[in-house]
Ligand binder design. Structure first.
Ligand SMILES: Nc1nc2c(c(=O)[nH]1)N=C([C@H](O)[C@@H](O)CO)CN2
Length: 117
């Protein structure tokens, strides 16, 4: 097993509890950790034998484009479902950072994890 990290991925999505948040998309920053078997790629040096982090990033950006959740928790769950359905990963952790939303904090964030059943 190994880990693949994507840090600070910008994802635009409609998200928020309040009416003023639902008139335009918000920029979120995602940190994603994937647990997967990387042994084949370690030996073959072939991107087809691993989890292509560029494709994972594209997948997550697409989830953002088509979703309109209220909570970071629900958006994060949709991200994890999409990645688990599309890629051969054993586990995923997603930290979703929402900047500049509280007057007295730089960021708020939620971190969620799921494993393949
Ligand atoms: N645990 C959470 N708390 C809150 C969320 C959220 O997504 N998860 N969202 C909001 C509002 O949308 C916030 O962005 C502005 O107040 C409030 N609390």
């Amino acid at each position: 097993m190994g880990k693949i990290y994507i840090a600070g991925l910008t994802v635009e999505t409609l998200i928020g509890v309040y009416d003023w948040e639902r008139t335009q998309q918000t920029s979120l920053l995602l940190d994603v950790t994937l647990t997967a078997d990387l042994n084949a790629a370690m030996h073959s040096d072939d991107v087809n034998d691993t989890i292509d982090y560029a494709k994972v990033a594209e997948c997550i950006v697409e989830v953002g484009k088509r979703s309109e959740f209220e909570l970071l928790e629900a958006f994060g769950n949709a991200v994890m479902s999409a990645v688990l359905e599309t890629f051969n990963v054993a586990a995923i952790t997603v930290k979703i950072v929402k900047p500049n939303i509280l007057p007295n904090a730089q960021t708020v964030a939620v971190e969620l994890s799921r494993e393949r059943n």
